[in-house]
Design a binder for this molecule. Structure first.
Ligand SMILES: NC(=O)c1ccc[n+]([C@@H]2O[C@H](COP(=O)([O-])OP(=O)(O)OC[C@H]3O[C@@H](n4cnc5c(N)ncnc54)[C@H](OP(=O)(O)O)[C@@H]3O)[C@@H](O)[C@H]2O)c1
Length: 269
C-alpha cells in the first residue's frame, strides 16, 4: 500500500475543480504539496485553506503549462524538490463541431492535455527513476476509450493520455516508479464554463469522491482507476466489442442528445 504521509505531491490544475479536490485529499492523507495552475490568487487561497486544516507544507507555482518557457522554469525551480508523486490533472476540453469552432482552443487542449503532461512526466519522472521510487497519476477520462464527435479533439487528447500512460507504466515496471491513468466520467466542476453547455448535476460525480477513489486506487497499486460511478467503467468496455464506426455513431448521437453539437462560447460574466 502506497502511503501518502510525508511525501511531496505536485498537482497541476490545482486552482479549482478536480485539482483542488486532489490537493485537499492529499493533504488529508499527509502529503506536502506543490500546487500549479495559472491563477495565483486561487492557488494561494487554496494553500492557505489547506495549511489551516492540515499539518503539511504547501507551495504554489503560477504557470501556464502550455508555455514551453514557463514549464522549463517550473522544472528548474523544482530541481531541488524531490517530488514523490506527480498528478497530471490540468486539462481542458473544447466542445462543439470541430470545423465550426475557432482552432485556438483545440490547439491549447493539445498543448495542455498532451504536451504539458508529457513534459512533466519526463521532467519529474526522470529523477524519480534515478531515486528508484515515485509515482505519476495521469488524469485521462472516460472520453479516452472512443472517438467522440463534438468533442473530437478532447477525446483524441485523452486517448493519447491513455496510450502514453499504459506504455510508460510498462516501461517502468519493476523500477519502483508507478504510473496510473485515472478515468473520471462527468464530474461536477467548471469544465464546461465559458460555453453554453450545462449538465444535469444528477449525472455528475463529486470532485471529492473522484479524488478519494483515484488516490485509493493508486495506493492499492492499480494501473488504472475508474473513480466515478460504476457505469463509467462498464461503458468503457463497449468499444472493445463494437465496430469503431458503430461506437462513433453512438457517441455522436449521445453528444447530440446532450446538445454538444450546438455548443457555443459565452462571454465571461
Ligand atoms: N469535469 C469532468 O467532467 C471531467 C471528466 C473526465 C476527466 N476530466 C479531466 O479532469 C481534469 C480536471 O478537470 P476539471 O473538471 O477539474 O476542470 P476545471 O474545473 O476546468 O479545472 C481545470 C484546471 O486546469 C487548470 N488549467 C487550465 N489551463 C491551464 C494552463 N494553461 N496551465 C495551467 N493550468 C491550467 C485550471 O486552472 P487555471 O485556470 O488557474 O490555470 C484549473 O485548475 C482534466 O484533465 C479533465 O480533462 C474532467
Amino acid at each position: 500500500m502506497y502511503s501518502y504521509r510525508g511525501t511531496t505531491t505536485l498537482v497541476t490544475g490545482a486552482s479549482r475543480g478536480l485539482g483542488a479536490a486532489y490537493a485537499t485529499e492529499l493533504a488529508r492523507r499527509g502529503s506536502d504539496l506543490v500546487l500549479v495552475a495559472r491563477s495565483a490568487p486561487a492557488l494561494d487561497e487554496l494553500a492557505t485553506r489547506i495549511r489551516a486544516g492540515h499539518d503539511v507544507a504547501v507551495t504554489t507555482h503560477a504557470a501556464d503549462l502550455t508555455d514551453r518557457d514557463q514549464v522549463a522554469a517550473l522544472l528548474r525551480d523544482l530541481d531541488s524538490v524531490p517530488v514523490d508523486l506527480l498528478v497530471n490533472n490540468a486539462g481542458m476540453g473544447p466542445a462543439g463541431p470541430f470545423l465550426d469552432r475557432p482552432f485556438a482552443p483545440a490547439q491549447t487542449a493539445v498543448d495542455l492535455n498532451v504536451w504539458a503532461l508529457m513534459a512533466l512526466t519526463h521532467g519529474l519522472g526522470t529523477p524519480m527513476t534515478a531515486r528508484g521510487h515515485g509515482g505519476i497519476i495521469n488524469v485521462a477520462s472516460t472520453a479516452a476509450f472512443q472517438p467522440m464527435p463534438f468533442q473530437a479533439g478532447y477525446a483524441a487528447t485523452k486517448a493519447f493520455v491513455l496510450s502514453f500512460t499504459e506504455a510508460v507504466a510498462e516501461e517502468l515496471r519493476g523500477t519502483g516508479v508507478r504510473v496510473m491513468a485515472a478515468h473520471p466520467g462527468g464530474t461536477d466542476t467548471a469544465f464546461f464554463e465559458g460555453t453554453s453547455h450545462t449538465v444535469n448535476p444528477r449525472f455528475l460525480d463529486s470532485p471529492e469522491d473522484v479524488a478519494r477513489r483515484t488516490l485509493d486506487d493508486f495506493a492499492r497499486g492499480r494501473s488504472s482507476s475508474y473513480p466515478g460511478r460504476r457505469l463509467n467503467q462498464v461503458a468503457s468496455w463497449l468499444p472493445r466489442f463494437l465496430p469503431r464506426t458503430a461506437t462513433t455513431r453512438i457517441t455522436g448521437k449521445l453528444n447530440r442528445t446532450l446538445g454538444l453539437d450546438a455548443v457555443r462560447a459565452v462571454p465571461a460574466a
